[in-house]
Design a protein. Structure first.
Length: 365
């Protein structure tokens, strides 16, 4: 696997953290869509080395500074027995920095947690309960952290109106060939004006929190010993935000029967048992502190996040695939089709979703 790694650059980066290329065994790590991530193993230490994607993160120093702030807070919460998971932290370079810049690229090293694994999907209600509880723990532990201290890494990241504006701009600039392929999806998104207006209205009344903003199942580390989550990872998009975004993205990534880039839409279904377990554990994880407007927003978040991600995939497809990593020419279009189909399925189950969310909130109040 190492033949594809940039050996000369890696040697320069490793030197900044006090290692030589020769003493390190390096392999690609994970399947993230944004950054390039490597596992570095030496005789005495294992850590993660990551090159930040500057097309996505235009202020990479703000990213690493945000992660430091969040990690320090969670470490304090952990030492005070208020956070049961393992906080992730960034290692320091030889110059005591949280990043290094080599040939115009920004790199950072991260603490590596041993004896764990990640999941791309969950299959049982017990797993769902663990996932919901872990992500709730993370957000709840940051409940007394001032979200305004964090840099706005990607402005309007989960603002639906902004995403629609970006889609409209892409429509105007793209080729006729790509536009023809995306035509039906574009028309469908335009037809969702009432839901978009509903999101705009409730957002005005929601409290800002520190949110993770990428609560996919594979951003949890599970213990090999207990098969329970032990850490929330990938803190790069942690910013001030709304609870419905984190909850909706968690549900989106856990409850569909097929992967988000599968083209077999006829095989997609929603696992209601997993959705119910996620919801119960997530709401319970806040120990009765959620405001009524936040609970109501969770129902909207379930539908919002697949719609928004579908819009983002479609926009990236029209723009020439500049944001998400792709493996083939229509990969982002397939992803968009998938997420918009999931949104439609969730809309069909709206009354059931409302029963799950609202009944759960009553029993945990």
């Amino acid at each position: 696997m190492t033949q594809n790694l940039p050996h000369n650059i890696l040697a320069l980066v490793l030197a900044q953290f006090g290692y030589t290329r020769e003493e390190c065994n390096i392999s690609l790590l994970g399947n993230g869509l944004i950054n390039h991530t490597y596992l570095v193993q030496t005789q005495h230490k294992t850590f993660v080395l990551q090159c930040l994607n500057q097309q996505v993160f235009t202020g990479p120093e703000q990213v690493t500074d945000n992660v430091d702030l969040i990690s320090e807070h969670l470490l304090t919460q952990s030492s005070n027995k208020n956070y049961a998971l393992i906080p992730i932290w960034q290692l320091r370079s030889q110059n005591n920095k949280n990043h290094v810049k080599i040939q115009g690229q920004y790199w950072r090293a991260l603490h590596y947690i041993e004896d764990c694994y990640t999941l791309e999907s969950i299959t049982t209600s017990e797993q769902a309960s663990f996932v919901g509880n872990a992500f709730a723990q993370f957000t709840n532990a940051l409940g007394n952290f001032n979200s305004q201290k964090l840099a706005d890494i990607i402005p309007q990241f989960h603002d639906l109106s902004t995403r629609i504006t970006q889609l409209n701009q892409a429509v105007k600039k793209t080729s006729n060939t790509l536009l023809l392929q995306a035509h039906s999806n574009i028309n469908f998104i335009k037809s969702q004006k009432n839901f978009i207006d509903e999101i705009t209205a409730i957002t005005k009344n929601l409290p800002l929190r520190v949110t993770h903003n990428d609560t996919k199942i594979n951003n949890l580390l599970f213990s090999n010993k207990t098969n329970r989550p032990i850490a929330v990872v990938d803190l790069d998009t942690c910013m001030a935000g709304y609870l419905m975004h984190d909850f909706g993205d968690m549900v989106r990534s856990c409850c569909a029967s097929i992967a988000e880039d599968s083209a077999e839409l006829d095989k997609m279904s929603i696992n209601i048992d997993i959705l119910t377990a996620l919801t119960k554990a997530y709401i319970a994880g806040f120990n009765g502190t959620l405001a009524k407007v936040e609970i109501n927003s969770l129902l909207l978040g379930i539908k919002l996040m697949p719609l928004m991600l579908g819009i983002r995939f479609l926009t990236d497809f029209l723009n020439g695939d500049n944001y998400f990593k792709t493996r083939y020419a229509t990969h982002n279009l397939v992803r968009a089709n998938n997420q918009l189909h999931l949104y439609k399925l969730l809309c069909q189950h709206e009354s059931l979703l409302a029963d799950i969310v609202l009944s759960t909130s009553r029993t945990t109040a």
